[in-house]
Design a protein around this ligand. Sequence first.
Ligand SMILES: Nc1ncnc2c1ncn2[C@@H]1O[C@H](COP(=O)(O)OP(=O)(O)OP(=O)(O)O)[C@@H](O)[C@H]1O
Ligand SMILES: NC(=O)c1ccc[n+]([C@@H]2O[C@H](COP(=O)(O)O)[C@@H](O)[C@H]2O)c1
Length: 203
Amino acid sequence: MSVTRGFYIGRFQPYHEGHHAMVERIARDVDELVIGIGSADQSHTPHDPFTAGERMMMITKATQAMDLLTYVVPIEDLNRNAVWVSHVQSMSPNFDVAYSNNPLVVRLFEEAGIEVKGSQMYRRDEFQGTEIRQRIVDGGDWQSLVPPQVVDVLHECDGVDRLRQVADTDDPATGDDLPGDTEMSDGGAEIELSEYSGLDASE
Ligand SMILES: Nc1ncnc2c1ncn2[C@@H]1O[C@H](COP(=O)(O)OP(=O)(O)OP(=O)(O)O)[C@@H](O)[C@H]1O
Ligand SMILES: NC(=O)c1ccc[n+]([C@@H]2O[C@H](COP(=O)(O)O)[C@@H](O)[C@H]2O)c1
């Protein structure tokens, strides 16, 4: 019996209910799903506060109860978009179809001859990493926007304190911005190809 295997990549900073709704939607189409943790080499910044290992825990625990075999694979960034799909393929179990709503990712997969499917955006005003990280920094309600297992992982890794600290990187001596104290640039509300460099826009 042949198995249909999908591939879904994101930064998952953190894994939230919008991602989870997309995984639930994908689960209707495929027998197995590879979830690629993009920018796996990034952590401890306002844009990418959590390590690849912490994000693996969020996703593994949040998807555990689903009737879907999932493989979580960290994918480091590569400063060469033209060979990025080959890099992904070298790190992932083989897959038949990729899932993304990121226009650059869609384009790179399609140029490599791989079928790509998108999904609707679920409650994008709230189910958005940028919004959730801001609420964590501000002390707002972020817990209702992520699966409960993600709340547990953030507690375990002291993620709230870490994000608040790295988001507050003004040099206390001079008041000057320190390296890494950059605005999050994508805002996430609309997806435009020009908004995605493929790498952290703050770099
Ligand atoms: N609410 C949502 N509904 C459906 N898909 C989503 C939603 N939020 C993100 N996605 C998609 O999931 C993939 C991974 O997204 P990503 O990890 O960058 O989350 P994000 O919420 O867009 O984060 P950030 O605001 O930090 O950029 C992308 O294809 C993205 O478009
Ligand atoms: N050249 C590259 O390294 C390259 C290209 C396209 C996407 N990516 C990564 O894929 C992931 C895409 O996820 P998002 O849809 O969450 O942005 C990101 O981590 C992004 O950095 C990397």
